[in-house]
Design a protein around this ligand. Structure first.
Ligand code: CTP
Length: 400
């Protein structure tokens, strides 16, 4: 079956190049074009209709063809990938802020397919702080941004902002299509732990940490997309679990330990991204602790170390990936954890690095292995880091 590409066009002079792109892609893929009102001012939809053999829907709520075939929700799900070219400053700003007031922008909000965004505009508009910030936001959310080229622009200015050559857009889109179709984890069961744990002090209070769960959920989503059977064991977070993963919700470290033990024998790869509380209050009071005169002292006991347990009990074919969040001596501490917990790989990050840490959609990580030099990675989205972690773990799995 032919792969499906949605080409979304917003209003810029570079639209004339997109006709060539659509012509090339139509020879290999099923192509649907959608255009904003301003894009239609630059070029007639008829050009694209003739090239693709598909109607370009006129508006959101006018069922000009078969409505269910062109609604934003249908298109959002239909596409294997989406190319936005040219992407104007206005469209980029709308996407960054979740605005959706026409067919194109609603489709972008509704889709979960990979998006290749190709900005093209005047240099000053591209370099404006607002556009720079919006592009950064979109990149951090996992949207792939194809950098524009430098040259003489249609407005007469010289600088960056030119839509890249059609061949470059096509090559990048095809690479993305390939990644999206990658089913290299099929047949593997992957267990991911995510988020914080909560350790109750009484029915009202608990001890926890700042973990958002984004990293673990992102790994679970990527693993599922690549064909793995995924167990996601999650402490309390505000994130919706990706469709298709088996979610086990837990509260405390001891709950998480039980959940990991329950799936461990079936697990091929265990990824422990959760921030587990090392201690819990010695006693969980049945009733709310009432204020007293003077200070309150709380005693804590150690929680089980789930990763260390898995390291002790893993079978030869099982791969274990730990995480380490440090605030000092990152490499030394991470190396010690890798060894002590018998991990096959450890993903270490420092809370001190900009772009790393709790709640961020990006991370700066260093990967460590028992018999290999550590690899320091640059700042990247947690989505990209997830793919990279899975690539590395698959290499280890193949050897085992
Ligand atoms: N971990 C775990 N069970 C615990 C504590 C941590 O499974 N009770 C796991 C985490 O999920 C992570 C790794 O161990 O994959 C390292 O967690 P981290 O909090 O960085 O280190 P700790 O071992 O707790 O050591 P320390 O708090 O001294 O840094």
């Amino acid at each position: 079956m032919k792969k499906k590409i949605l080409v979304a066009i917003s209003g810029g002079i570079a639209v004339y190049k997109v006709a060539q792109l659509v012509s090339n892609l139509s020879k290999k893929y099923e192509i649907q074009v959608i255009m904003t009102k301003h894009a239609r001012a630059f070029m007639s939809p008829l050009t694209f209709e003739a090239l693709t053999g598909r109607a370009v829907p006129k508006a959101m709520f006018t069922p000009d063809v078969h409505y269910d075939q062109i609604s934003h929700i249908h298109l959002a799900k239909w596409a294997d990938i989406i190319i936005i070219a040219p992407a104007t400053a206005n469209l980029i700003a709308k996407m960054a802020h979740g605005l959706a007031d026409d067919l194109l922008s609603t489709t972008m909000l509704a889709t979960r397919s990979p998006i290749l965004l190709c900005p093209a505009m005047n240099t000053n508009m591209l370099n404006h702080q607002a556009t720079v910030a919006n592009l950064e936001l979109l990149q951090n959310r996992g949207i792939h941004i194809l950098e524009s080229e430098r040259g003489l622009l249609a407005c007469g200015d010289f600088g960056s902002g030119k839509l890249p050559e059609v061949s470059i857009i096509q090559e990048t889109a095809e690479k993305l299509l390939e990644i999206n179709q990658k089913q290299d984890l099929t047949g593997l069961e992957i267990t991911v732990t995510a988020g914080p744990t909560q350790e109750a002090l009484d029915p009202v209070r608990f001890i926890t940490n700042h973990s958002s769960g984004i990293m673990g959920y992102s790994i679970a989503e990527a693993a599922q997309a690549r064909g793995a059977t995924v167990n996601l064991i999650s402490g309390p977070t505000n994130i919706t679990a990706p469709p298709g993963v088996s979610l086990i919700k837990v509260i405390s470290a001891r709950d998480m330990f039980d959940a990991v033990q329950s799936v461990f024998s079936e697990t091929d790869i265990l990824i422990k991204a959760a921030a587990v509380a090392d201690y819990r209050p010695t006693e969980t009071f049945r009733n709310k602790i009432k204020k007293q005169e003077g200070d309150l002292q709380v005693k804590f006991v150690r929680n089980p170390d789930i990763l260390a347990w898995a390291g002790e009990h893993k079978q030869a074919h099982q791969v274990l990936c730990g995480f380490a969040m440090e605030t000092e001596d990152l490499l030394d501490n991470a190396k010690a954890k890798l060894q002590k917990k018998n991990c096959d790989m450890l993903v270490a990050n420092s809370l001190r690095d900009e772009g790393a840490g709790f709640g961020a959609t990006t991370n700066v990580a260093t990967l460590l292995w028992p018999n290999q030099e550590p690899k320091a990675l640059t700042l990247m989205s947690k989505k990209d880091l997830s793919e990279l972690i899975l690539d590395e773990l698959l290499k280890i799995k193949k050897v085992k």
